[in-house]
Design a binder for this molecule. Structure first.
Ligand code: GLN
Length: 203
């Protein structure tokens, strides 16, 4: 008999943007979402450990403004080093090693370079369905003023592309998408994050 699997507790950075849809996706796959608005909430209720952190889409410049309060930026930078993060769109921008167009500060956890708002002003939001290396059928991908990943480091694996550029990447236990998996009904990318976390905690 196998022991029941303890549900994972996932922090969802809730400063701004599309965090609510992540809460729904996590709940749908049996994880426990926990909104994180201030640095102290990264510790978890009564010291309960947060297993991973989702950084949602929205506007990365606005998120940076919130992160400048109470030293949140530095706390978050230290937090995502040992605790795996999963960033979507603006969240991926915040995780990147380097941000261009225009340049801005980032946490540097994921060895990629991103160009913000790379798909122009008019045709900047679109829904595509494309194959990925995640098992199963092609994945719906909702792009909203998406960045483009223009460089990936040697430790970064590309799991899906758009026009030859990576849109879903993984660096060991760190996951990032330039689209919004939380806005589709398909929960495979969130499930992949939980699987990576389960591997991480077994180490
Ligand atoms: N354009 C936004 C930024 O640069 C990202 C858009 C999104 O998260 N949907 O931060």
């Amino acid at each position: 008999m196998t022991a029941p699997v303890k549900p994972l507790t996932i922090g969802v950075l809730a400063l701004q943007g599309a965090y609510d849809a992540h809460v729904k996706a996590l709940t749908a796959i049996g994880a426990i979402p926990l909104l994180v608005r201030v640095p102290a909430e990264l510790v978890g209720p009564k010291g309960k450990k947060i297993d991973g952190l989702i950084m949602p889409g929205g506007e990365s410049t606005t998120m940076l403004k919130f992160l400048d309060r109470n030293g949140f930026f530095d706390v978050l930078k230290s937090f995502v080093a040992p605790t795996p993060p999963y960033g979507t769109c603006a969240g991926a921008i915040l995780l990147a090693a380097r941000v261009e167009h225009p340049a801005q500060r980032s946490l540097g956890a994921l060895d990629i370079t991103v160009e913000r708002n790379a798909y122009g002003r008019q045709i900047d939001s679109t829904i595509l369905t494309a194959p990925t290396s995640i098992p199963g059928p092609p994945l719906e991908m909702v792009f909203i003023r998406a960045p483009r990943i223009t460089r990936t480091g040697p430790a970064v694996e590309t799991l899906a592309t758009r026009d030859g550029f990576p849109v879903l990447v993984r660096q060991v236990h760190i996951l990032a998408a330039t689209f919004h998996p939380e806005l589709s009904n398909d929960t495979r990318v969130h499930q992949l994050f939980l699987d990576l976390l389960a591997q991480h905690s077994r180490k």
